[in-house]
Write a protein of this length. Structure first.
Length: 366
């Protein structure tokens, strides 16, 4: 019996994206695109034209200028929200906001791994399917989310950080991952316990399940249910997730404990530092052992052995202990990351001048 085409039931047209953020590849050429402002996830058929899979390192200098030139705008009007690597072709996809405020336009850009050329997918006439979130915060929800690394400067413990307060609606979706027929969607909900992890079957059929999340926040010294997961990665073959939050707990959630409509309490395994927001997590294998690499707004890139996570007792006391050990690779300015191939990770990395480049990181050297 032939496998079902994952794009069966897709329609061609304009999905009405109001914003663009987290990306996650699903089966075939399906790319899931987050639209927090619109309160939905859009599954897009990217119809990647590559017939030969790319492999090996890839580097692209001065990404922001390259994007601005291609999109015909100023560098200051380009905001890269996420990146993803197509598992079949190796081509790179970027979610980009062109412009700010009500004038901002969502753009999905493909970078060809073979020649570095750029192409944008016409989002007004694309094959797609939509899953509207049942529990997204309303547009007039008075609650706010606090993001570090954005907004106005703020003094914290003798150092300057940037802080922005945004409507809860804009953090309806903070990260996504696809595992065995289910799209996992983290973010804020309209419930009292706002931090949530949703499970949406794919192909979309109108069903979705949500679980409120509770964690012990070591830096804050209390249990919390309001702050969303910032970034997460499937773990143990999709049987659990590892998630990181602002200021900066790393937490393990078994999928079996995510009861629909209920509340799950995570196992905090590390405190990665206050006054900081995690930007991305990738999982990779080195010398036969699994590791995580976590990037941050304020703290250095951190490498964590998964074997240490597996044996870490829950952290339930403020400040100390800090949990699992971590190493600090000699890499600065890394924000977004993705697995490029078995031997390389792809990173968006700023140099000393603030210019950002796409750079390959050799797994063996991390």
């Amino acid at each position: 019996m032939a496998a079902q085409d994952p794009t069966d039931g897709f329609v061609v047209g304009d999905p009405g994206l109001r914003s663009i953020g987290a990306l996650a590849f699903g089966p075939g050429d399906v790319l899931f695109v987050a639209d927090s402002e619109g309160g939905k996830v859009v599954a897009v058929d990217v119809a990647d034209p590559a017939t030969e899979a790319a492999s090996g390192p890839f580097d692209l200098a001065d990404l922001d200028t390259t994007l601005a030139t291609y999109l015909g705008c100023d560098v200051g009007d380009v905001a890269v929200r996420d990146l993803a690597v197509h598992p079949r072709t190796g081509n790179i996809y970027l979610s980009v906001m062109r412009g700010t405020g009500t004038a901002g336009q969502p753009v999905l850009v493909r970078i060809d791994r073979h020649d570095g050329s750029l192409a944008d997918l016409p989002l007004d006439r694309v094959a797609h399917a939509v899953a509207a979130l049942d529990d997204a915060p309303a547009e007039d929800d008075p609650r706010q989310d606090v993001r570090l690394g954005e907004g106005e400067p703020f003094e914290f413990n003798g150092r300057t950080i940037r802080i922005a307060r945004i409507p809860a609606r804009l953090s309806a979706i903070t990260d996504m991952a696809y595992v065995d027929g289910t799209l996992l969607v983290a973010g804020l909900s309209n419930e009292e316990f706002a931090s949530t992890l949703r499970r949406i079957p794919f192909p979309f059929d109108g069903r979705q399940e949500s679980t409120a999340l509770e964690i012990f926040h070591v830096s804050h010294g209390k249990w919390e249910t309001a702050a969303p997961i910032r970034t997460f990665v499937p773990y143990e073959g999709g049987q659990s997730v590892l998630a990181s939050y602002t200021c900066t707990p790393l937490v393990h959630f078994p999928m079996a404990e995510l009861v629909p409509g209920g509340r799950a309490t995570g196992r905090t395994v590390a405190e990665l530092g206050a006054g900081n927001q995690p930007l991305d997590i990738v999982r990779f294998e080195q010398d036969g052992a699994e590791h995580l690499l976590v990037s941050h707004t304020s703290h250095p890139l951190m490498k964590i052995a998964c074997a240490d996570i597996d044996v870490q007792a829950p952290l339930t006391e403020p400040k100390e202990p800090v949990g699992v050990p971590r190493q600090l690779p000699d890499l600065t300015g890394v924000s977004l990351m993705a697995n490029l191939d078995d031997d390389h990770l792809l990173a968006l990395q700023a140099d000393d001048t603030g210019t950002r480049h796409l750079r390959s990181l050799k797994v063996a050297s991390l």
